[in-house]
Ligand binder design. Sequence first.
Ligand code: SAM
Length: 173
Amino acid sequence: MADIWIMRIGHRPERDKRVTTHVALSSRALGAKGIYVDTEDPKLEENIHSVVERFGGDYTIKTGVTWKQATKDFKGKIVHLTMYGQRVDEALPKIPRDEDIMIIVGAEKVPFEVYERADFNVSVGNQPHSEIAALAIFLDRFTEGKALYADRDGMMTVVPNERGKTVVNKNSE
Ligand code: SAM
């Protein structure tokens, strides 16, 4: 599968720190390669680096990158998640699997230029909800669930357990 990138727009470091952190962590867990965030936020970068260091994979984060910069030289298709877009079930078969995709999610009102720049404006239901939920559902459907239990060869690995917590820590082996 080609690479999946996330572009988070409208990030306000104080107000959105939790939501944007969860946008990054959810997209990492569901198969994305990395995230661009429009407002510079070193603390957010630090938090995501710390998770990647412990749990593995090569997920990257770059803050202070506008959507115009991120999409300018991007070679693949741009998918904008919006409650006003076409139905996810109708959009999915049209999105090529052999090209990278960049998924744009907003915070507050998204400029109309984003709707025009996107190759696909996609809704996950037509009700207003959350960028985290929209992204998670879209990614799970796009990757057909394959990213969920993919091995990330981390320093810490969680072993599925019916009860209790099993964590393998390579540092203490
Ligand atoms: N009112 C804003 C607007 O008109 O653009 C939406 C704000 S919403 C809290 C934040 C983000 O969640 C949106 O920019 C969009 O990316 C995502 N989102 C919310 N509901 C969605 C839905 N039903 N389908 C797809 N994305 C959705």
